[in-house]
Design a protein around this ligand. Structure first.
Ligand SMILES: Nc1ncnc2c1ncn2[C@@H]1O[C@H](COP(=O)(O)OP(=O)(O)OP(=O)(O)O)[C@@H](O)[C@H]1O
Ligand SMILES: [Mg+2]
Length: 395
């Protein structure tokens, strides 16, 4: 088995507006110089936020400006969302005190806050319900568009397998998002942060998470106008206390192709190791580009190894390239399965999951299954190989 180590910081670079900056999470968005050259020669900047109808958010100096609509308009547009004041969120997080800090990603820091359960007004820390509050970093120029996309999408759709956005704050140059709190962090942590005091993520929980995530993606893909997540990866699969998966981070999401078109043409964004080959090569984004990302996550689930790990020997760093040939034979599959869960699954179940992974990783997007089909196959694997979950014939 490979040893699992933290990636060096170069692999944590995030490519937002092609201004890589380091973040403290394990997010890996990586671009080779050749790839960058390709981007600049073939794709201009696309400043139109994915879901927003508002004009460019940058003035002629390239500085961010704030096209503030009247507060009423904002409230009416997303009636399900609470509009918080910055003072509210300062109170809810004890002035963003360091001990309320949960983590930090490309968007900025994420804090724990407390709100009254019924009124969603800020309460004394430690009482009411816990929420996660993301505060846009002043250093992040892309973040404003991400902020808009999150609100535009999660303000109009909701699903048990998408993280719930409770509200937002727009106050001078402060932009924040308030989500339900997910106590069990994300799939990435459970697969790759090895804590000797903790049991490794079990086979049945891995399957449960894959099914939840597949349901979330299937919902996005089948929603009106189809939504493509564009940054599907294990770090963006949040988990509740019972390992129910909820997709997060819709900042890069795009509406699917309009009628008669197979794809949308976009700037190339996302995360190296998960992004589909046709998208990296051409900027053509298909709904099925997400299915490829799902296949990569399935591979991480089966093997317990990261999509991209510069610490692995050369030839093994990109998980898909290295392990794909092992997926079509049971004998080879055994050599790459996560040894920490040996004995918890039947080889038949693992092989079926490997076949599904292979289908998701097809180079031609048209040959990949839809997320509905992926979901059906995963549920079939779960039922056949966990008979206790099958509906009783007497019920
Ligand atoms: N709703 C939430 N509930 C609990 N923790 C959360 C929630 N949203 C985010 N977090 C945690 O906050 C940290 C930062 O998350 P964030 O989504 O900003 O960045 P990331 O996922 O680490 O990287 P990326 O920039 O690629 O999204 C992560 O540890 C994540 O698990
Ligand atoms: Mg995230």
């Amino acid at each position: 088995m490979c040893t699992i180590n933290e990636p060096p910081s170069i692999f944590r670079q995030v490519l937002y507006f092609f201004q890589p900056f380091l973040n403290s999470s394990q997010n890996i968005t990586w671009v080779t110089p050749l790839f960058l050259q390709f981007l600049f020669s073939h794709h201009g900047f696309d400043l139109v936020p994915p879901f927003s109808a508002s004009p460019s958010t940058h003035n002629s100096d390239g500085k961010r400006f704030l096209p503030l609509p009247p507060p009423d308009a904002r409230t009416l547009k997303w009636p399900n969302l609470v509009v918080f004041s910055f003072e509210d969120l300062k109170y809810a997080t004890r002035n963003f005190k360091s001990d309320t800090l949960i983590g930090e990603g490309g968007f900025g820091r994420v804090y724990k806050g407390w709100l009254d359960e019924n009124t969603l007004t800020p309460t004394k820390p430690g009482s009411g319900i816990v929420v996660a509050i993301k505060r846009l970093s002043k250093k992040s120029s892309q973040g404003f568009q991400e902020w808009q996309s999150e609100i535009s999408l999660l303000g109009r759709v909701s699903h048990p397998n998408l993280v719930k956005l409770l509200g937002y704050c727009w106050d001078e140059d402060e932009f924040l998002l308030v989500y339900e709190f997910m106590p069990n962090t994300h799939l990435w942590n459970h697969l790759f942060l090895i804590d000797p005091d903790k049991e490794p993520l079990s086979w049945s929980n891995r399957l449960k998470i894959a099914i939840g995530a597949a349901r979330g993606l299937a919902f996005l893909h089948s929603s009106e106008n189809q939504v493509i997540h564009r940054d599907f990866k294990s770090i963006n699969i949040l988990l509740d206390a019972n390992y129910n998966a909820k997709l997060s981070d819709f900042g890069l999401a795009r509406l699917g192709p309009s009628e008669g078109n197979t794809h949308v043409s976009t700037r190339i964004m996302g995360t190296y190791g998960y992004a589909a080959p046709e998208y990296i090569a051409t900027g053509n984004l298909y709904v099925k580009s997400d299915v490829y990302g799902f296949g990569v996550v399935l591979l991480e689930i089966l093997t317990g190894m990261r999509a991209l790990d510069p610490e692995r020997p050369s030839g093994q760093q990109i998980l898909v390239e290295w392990t794909k040939p092992c997926l079509s034979s049971k004998k080879k599959l055994k050599t790459i399965m996560d040894g920490r869960i040996e004995g918890q699954y039947s080889l038949e179940a693992a092989f079926e999951a490997a076949q599904l992974t292979l289908k998701c990783l097809q180079s031609d997007p048209h040959l990949r299954p839809s997320m509905e089909e992926v979901l059906e196959e995963l549920e079939a694997i779960q039922l056949v190989h966990n008979p206790q979950l099958s509906p009783s014939p007497f019920s």
